[in-house]
Design a protein around this ligand. Sequence first.
Ligand SMILES: Cc1ncc(COP(=O)(O)O)c(C=O)c1O
Length: 358
Amino acid sequence: MSRQTQAIIHADALLHNFKQLAAIAPQSHSMAVVKADAYGHGAVNVARILQHVSTRFAVAIIEEAIALRDAGITAPIVVLEGAHQAKECQMAYQHNCILVMHCEQQLLWLQACAEDKRPHIWLKVDSGMHRLGFGLNEITDIALRYKSLLSDETVIATHFACADDDDSNFTEQQRQRFEHSVAALGLPLSLANSPATVNWPNTRAHWNRLGVGVYGGSVSTHSTHNLALLPAMSLRSSILALREVAAGEGVGYGQTWVATKPSLIATVGIGYADGYPRHCPNGTPVLVRGQRASLVGRVSMDMITIDVTHIPQVKMGDTVELWGEHIAIGEVAQWAGTIDYELMTRVSQRVPRIVKYV
Ligand SMILES: Cc1ncc(COP(=O)(O)O)c(C=O)c1O
């Protein structure tokens, strides 16, 4: 029997989520963010599934855009980090990519390209995240000085630091600073990621950049929205061994879990080399035969151990859901002390992605 560890990618969930997020912002255009291999879901698969509803895609780096082109994706692709080297301006032009320009060096590289071989650009403004972008006080001057590099595709963009936190007023502060600083330019704007699109209606502008929500991840700290986003990934494995463990016996590396009563322990074929977080503690939930069971003992490289004492008829080969339709990825992320973005993107290449269309 071959190893049954798989990430099932639900095409209907991806479409449903994208359409839901686009529908709450009918005045905006929406693009799916498919960087980091579409948050671990497989960028080519995801772009193929969404290409009829997402008229642009966004990636972090040009190599990710070229991989989509090689797979036949034709929609314009926004490269969120822009060029890391001068030659990427030419590559972006050849591959119909839009480069986000966040510093003057990038504009100088672009200026050095032949006039008829320049890619379209967006300009990025740092409105408070302090990661990338032109300053609020310099953006107008930059846009005017480099006017010849702008086109009818040019959008002025910014990114939020706290959009998933519906208690924080920082998103509103960033929005106001940003809109004030770019008002005179009269160019289309892009502010919202998926949390902002859901939580902060004022941030929905010309283009919304939808990432984690498309994959069914959490977009709000308080989940006050009434969108029903569906998990796009189910991470599954199966039981490869079962053993009875006597009270007082420890399980796994370091014996971090010790049975308090006679217990039935199942060994499951997934470990940290597959992207299941090693930080998951005893008690992290999994699903077996429709019932929740707990991780017991340390996560090893290729295996985990779970307590299935309470599950009747459990047997070798039974499917185990690590996260997906029944165990929310956000819940596992909390147990692991991280966020669902990290869990999604860390599912390793050893785990086959199986796309399900229904
Ligand atoms: C610049 C930018 N825009 C949009 C997104 C998508 O954000 P989210 O996944 O929170 O929707 C990201 C993701 O990190 C990003 O870096």
